[in-house]
Design a protein around this ligand. Sequence first.
Ligand code: HEM
Length: 711
Amino acid sequence: MATLLLATDRTTCTVHAFKTGLQQQPLPLPLPWSNNRSVRENVPYFANLTSTIDVADVDAKSTKTLKNTTPMVAVASVSVQRKKPKPKPTTRHKQTKKLQQQQTRQTRTRTRIQRQPPGPYAFPIVGTLFDFFSRGGVDGMCDVHESMYQDYGEIYGMNLASGDVAPGEYSEVVLCDPRMYDQLLKQETRFPVGAASQVTSFVDYYQENNLTVASGSVSNGPDWKEWRQATSPDMSGLWETYLPTIAETCAKISKIAGREVSIEQNMEFGTDFLSRAAFDMFSAVLYGESPHTTNSRLVSPQDLEFVVATQRAFDITGQLMTNPIHKFLKSNLYDQFVLNMDRTFQFATDRTKEYAEDAVEARYQQQQQQQQQQEKELVGISAPPTTTTTSSISNDEDNTTRSTGSGGGTSGCPIAAIKAATSSSSSYLSHRTDRQKKKSIDTKFSNPSFVERLIHREQLSIEEISESIAPLLMAGLDTTAYQMSWFYLHMASSPDIQETLATDLHTHLGGSDVTTKEQLDSLLYLKACIRESHRLTPTGAMQVKTLPNDIDVVMSSSDDDNTQNNKKDNNTEYYCTIKAGQRISLNLRGYPMDPNYVEAPQTYQPERFLPEAIAQRKGTMAALALDHPDFADAFGRGKRRCLGANVATAEMMILAARLLQDWKIALVDDNEAIHSPTKTWKPIQKLMLRADPYPSMTLVPREKHNTLDKM
Ligand code: HEM
């Protein structure tokens, strides 16, 4: 063991280190150093340079010494190891080194000054609530954050009656510059806090009902990781394989759309029809077939009840979040939420169980076929190839897992054996190591639904699968419906753009459905229309994050202009400390709506997102305001990015491609157009923003669409 003596100079932010023990010697320093990291966190820099320090042995207690001393001296115990041969520098190493050198240069020359985020005065108890309501309040969330951006710029603070914050301080920091938000994303820990975990009504419901798997999805620790690893490969990873099923469902939806919405007027397009369409599409992904809730002649009462209960629970959640008093007072609204959640959960669990049991049976049949094939091969009989690719369901783990129950001629009922393997209540946690080996899975199942894939993976029991599906249904229905409702409102409000899009779709697809990723990629104008809809009318004005540690965020104005002193001062770096647990938001109404960066920001202009326009503005502030990945979509970024982002995007695009090739979508009353001064609707904050009351729409068949379906 040797001792590493660290001495830092706060003014220059450099650190000097000396190794003691064997022989005291200065290391080749100064090194990049952050006073906000503990010794343990800083030491990797040393390890990189000297390759003699075992970081794991650094004494954590030294953190305190380091933080409170000026100039600081900290002692870290480190073990000295045999010098390893220097690894050959890869491009990544070179880039890291270059970055480190840049950082070192910067820290040598720049003075760092801490600043508080500006913002309205935060009163005791009510915080900045008065200011919030004066700018538009809950329903005017977009207006609030547009005006806050205008008044305070790249960063500001708010406190919406968060009792546990001292007067004058903020419970929430809002960032407008995506470069600052990126600094947070870069420091995400292994278990980052997800926005989903802030939807407290869901979290409470899962906990109160002992729903452990569902709770995992909204937790912020190893349980979340476990849940995400179990669900992500088949939802985010294999999203492309669901395209044909989604396309088939969309074709059916489009066939009856005119009849349901315009002729028989069984449902309103923007509210009922789109929610049911979202349910049909997502059910097709989950179970492999659509429940046809958009078709009033085929819909079952239970399915309809489910859609209504989910919508209701989702909307009430929005109200509970903006007014948590309901929960504390155990008001009728909270009871309503619980009632609707109970219905949703019961339905999703029962339905998933049915499909999961079918999938187990189908799997057994496949295994039987596989076994027969192998036996025939063994006795030298050349068997004809089967339609199901047996290798598609076999992988390393299959052989070991299955042999215990179903394969190898074991006695007893094979279906029961498979069921036993997949319904062991301990399976979720107990076979973790085995499960993690199963990195990829073949996609050629006879019915590649999400539930079936989970069954084939043998990672979760039937009960666990059933429990994980309900939160997905909750997360995946109205989010998609709300997003689509804004897109179609733009389409109906801008008939010329709708025509351009319909022509473009016809050029690329010639009337056919979208079933491949290549087709999706070719629909640039549709992508631009969806992207522009998100810019102008996002389903939320903000993207939300919380961090488990304090973090310093360097303000972007340090690089652009020293705004405080109104003169250039590139030697000063301003930073703001964001505290652990403090709510952080990215303002989607700042830069993307700033006329200094975006031409005619209030107008719906999808052309601004076509490749030529994007190429032209590269490297400018306009590119930052329009093309930064933080602003690109509504799914969040980082490790907690929406699990269903790929599937939801595919659903929205495939449905739009089908509907707009078949139908002209028009406002019943032209005065309800999105920027019309006579419009009667307002954006209302449910869990997300939605036009309320959503203007009525009608579907007119396009020329080639001659007959309405007689289903
Ligand atoms: C247009 C539709 C959708 C929108 C706008 C949306 C939006 C979001 C957002 C903003 C988050 C929080 C991200 C963060 O914490 O940074 C999220 C998380 C999540 N979404 Fe979506 N979502 C949509 C559709 C779906 C679908 C179809 C599913 C079904 C799989 C889904 C499942 C989830 C889940 C499970 C999470 C939690 C992820 C985690 O914390 O690891 N979402 N979504």
